[in-house]
Design a protein. Structure first.
Lengths: 336, 336
């Protein structure tokens, strides 16, 4: 059962003189209920913009967002307001995303106030309960944000995001500001909360180890597009897109015997221009690129069983050498 | 005794603050051999960056106290005055930082920035210095260096700026390069390129490198020898192969266990280290890791010495119970 579906989502930021930066450029994906979809990619790939579109912080310029089967664009203001109870978000930096002048109790209770869920003693009870659930003592409720460590602040951010009992929690780099020992505490907390509260997670991070740890399925983004999607173990065992392979090879593994060879280190930078390169966006850095890749933009297509999809003319591990610019254009774009 | 290019003995750094005296570094000693990459790994507040700065007394501010010795080229750098230190910095001991944008002056071309370093330390003409700048840019892998030298820092991507920083740091052929989190702000594919570059350059120039990082993966990929810091102390040291094969200190073991790894099967929960590091204003008594350590015993109230326990390759640790720690996994706690 899918809880969230994105169809051809597009978020273009106007730059003036008719130009626009397409931060998200036609993304389709599904998040199944009670599952975790991991979204990885390097800076500027559009993963955070995508998250902001889902929670309504950015208004998408194209495509559809379906939550529980309902198109968010078709909802009235009132209906949309109610959906915000069910879809909440945790940000990377709790110190920047939470108000330092308010007491923890009021930070956590803000969604209760906004949605008129609870007042007075009931409000306090819910806050205390939630603080304990995320591993903080209720007596901290009257303190301020600066009195807490980074890990504790992230627990506070989680408490606020979960207090409306959402169905979908979007985590945008929730542990990247934390030391590894604390990161492990927060990841374990998330795992426990997901079980206890029946949560569905969209988990965004640049750290592949972290994403693999929490996700059942993973989508890889590059320059505004999803270039590959598969089950977590399958994606790392058999990456099909050359970008995914390079990304996995570049992750520094804490084992000196596993140093990457020079061939495994991909050259070049993510192009920084306003317009993505023509053809396949990855072709300027891709060791497999040929004329087809420079000319035709590959669509995301099914490659083998288990819903493994990639947008590549020359996917890895393809012995038959399927190449089909024409084929790919003919079939409708697949969702991850 | 092998040749050393830098020798640090009993380094202490403390800062007077409104909250009390922060004893950031509490007795650190190490040697650096020519052409060697020594990784210093630790979490925030462990004192690793303070050590990096202290190597050329960069943090000798009015509220700071530096004690101990940093021997380089037959003198103790900590006894030199500012004018003498200026001659050492950049020429003999150079430094690169995490954020190349704030470390590079935005109003000069990168060629001028590098040429200025050369002119500050060597007697040569402007043209000669410019020539050196161009050849350094080539050396760090910047294509079309002749014309790129005339560009400003903002015209470079993050990875390219870090290359420029490295070119600047190595322009006068220093014998020691101190790299403080040089790849932390970069995407993984770019990080892999920069780490490879650092390894290549130290081989070509015989530059010794002190590589400061919080990332165990980065030290495993790039360092020859590793020192682990916790709460201002050097708690373990060995060659990179030995350290990752036989970590002994419970902190090192806990750190390694808490990272979600791509090269291991997934577990539902990570082995998190409970609690958080101590406040650095607390006095120095006993083992600082004791409150978080599953093996803590009465003896740990005494101050552990960093010693080699013998029976194998050089490997020093500051733990009374490292033999027990090495005998088995210690973190069974999976706190949420």
């Amino acid at each position: 059962m899918s809880l969230l579906e994105l169809h051809d989502l597009e978020m273009a930021f106007p730059l003036g003189r008719g130009r626009a930066r397409r931060a998200v450029d036609g993304v389709s994906l599904t998040v199944d209920e009670h599952q975790t979809l991991g979204l990885v990619g390097e800076s500027g790939c559009g993963k955070s913009t995508l998250a902001r579109c889902i929670v309504g912080l950015n208004k998408p310029t194209g495509g559809q967002i379906l939550f529980d089967g309902r198109d968010l664009a078709s909802l009235s203001r009132k209906e949309l307001h109610d959906v915000r109870r069910d879809v909440t978000m945790v940000f990377q930096d709790p110190f920047a995303s939470l108000n330092p002048r308010r007491r923890i109790r009021d930070i956590v209770a803000a969604p209760l106030d906004v949605h008129g869920i609870a007042k007075g003693a009931e409000r306090e009870r819910l806050v205390n309960e939630m603080l304990e659930r995320v591993g903080l003592e209720a007596r901290y409720a009257t303190r301020f944000l600066h009195e807490f460590s980074g890990g504790q602040r992230q627990r506070i951010g989680l408490a606020r995001a979960l207090i409306t009992q959402p169905r979908l929690l979007i985590c945008d780099e929730p542990v990247s500001g934390l030391d590894v020992s604390v990161q492990a505490q927060i990841l374990n907390l998330l795992t426990r909360l997901q079980d206890e509260l029946d949560l569905t997670l969209l988990f965004i991070a640049h750290d592949l180890g972290v994403v693999r740890h929490v996700s059942q399925r993973i989508a890889v983004m590059y320059l505004g597009r999803v270039v590959e999607g598969a089950d977590a173990d399958e994606l790392f065992a058999h990456p099909r897109h050359p970008y995914t392979e390079a990304l996995v090879a570049a992750v520094p593994v804490p084992d000196p015997r596993a140093r990457p060879t020079d061939e495994e280190i991909i050259a070049g930078d993510v192009p920084g221009g306003v317009l993505a390169p023509g053809g396949c966006r990855f072709h300027p850095r891709c060791p497999r690129a040929d004329d087809l890749c420079r000319r035709d933009d590959p669509a995301l297509r099914e490659l083998g069983a288990g819903g493994h999809r990639a947008a590549c003319h020359h996917p890895l591990g393809d012995a038959v050498g399927v190449s089909g610019g024409a084929d790919a254009d003919a079939s409708p774009p697949a969702a991850v | 005794m092998t040749e050393t290019v830098l020798s640090v003995r009993d380094l202490h750094v403390s800062f007077r603050t409104d909250a009390g005296v922060v004893q950031a570094v509490r007795g650190v000693s190490f040697d650096l051999a020519p052409g060697e990459i020594l990784g210093i790994v630790g979490e925030s507040g462990s004192g690793k960056s303070t050590v990096a700065m202290a190597l050329t007394a960069l943090n000798r501010t009015p509220n700071a106290t530096l004690a101990g010795t940093v021997e380089h080229g037959g003198r103790d750098l900590l006894t030199l005055d500012e004018a003498m230190l200026q001659k050492v910095r950049g020429a003999q001991v150079a430094m690169i930082f995490q954020d190349p944008m704030t470390a590079l002056t935005p109003v000069h071309t990168v060629g001028k920035l590098i040429a200025e370093v050369v002119r500050a330390h060597e007697s040569c003409t402007k043209a000669q210095a410019w020539g050196r700048a161009v050849s350094m840019l080539q050396d760090v892998g910047i294509n079309d260096a002749e014309s790129r030298a005339k560009d400003y820092p903002h015209e470079f991507s993050g990875g390219m700026r870090q290359r420029v920083m490295i070119a600047m740091a190595l322009a006068c052929q220093p014998s020691v390069l101190v790299a403080d989190e040089p790849t932390t702000a970069l995407d993984v594919t770019i990080q892999a390129q920069i780490l490879r570059l650092i390894r290549r350059l130290r081989a070509e120039h015989r530059t010794a490198v002190v590589l400061i990082t919080h990332d165990l993966g980065v030290v495993a990929q790039a360092a020859d020898r590793v020192g682990v810091m916790y709460a201002g102390r050097w708690v373990e040291e060995a060659t990179v192969d030995e350290l990752f094969a036989h970590p002994r200190h419970p902190y090192t073991r806990g750190l390694l266990a808490s990272v979600p790894r791509l090269d291991r099967p997934r577990a539902k929960l990570l082995e998190a280290i409970p609690g958080s590091p101590p406040s650095m204003t607390e006095p120095d008594a006993g083992c600082a890791f004791r409150p978080r350590c599953p093996l803590a015993a009465e003896v740990c109230a005494q101050k552990p010495e960093l010693i080699d326990r013998g029976g194998g390759p050089a490997h020093r640790d500051a733990c009374f119970r490292s033999a027990e720690a090495e005998a088995g996994a210690v973190f069974t706690e999976v706190s949420g």
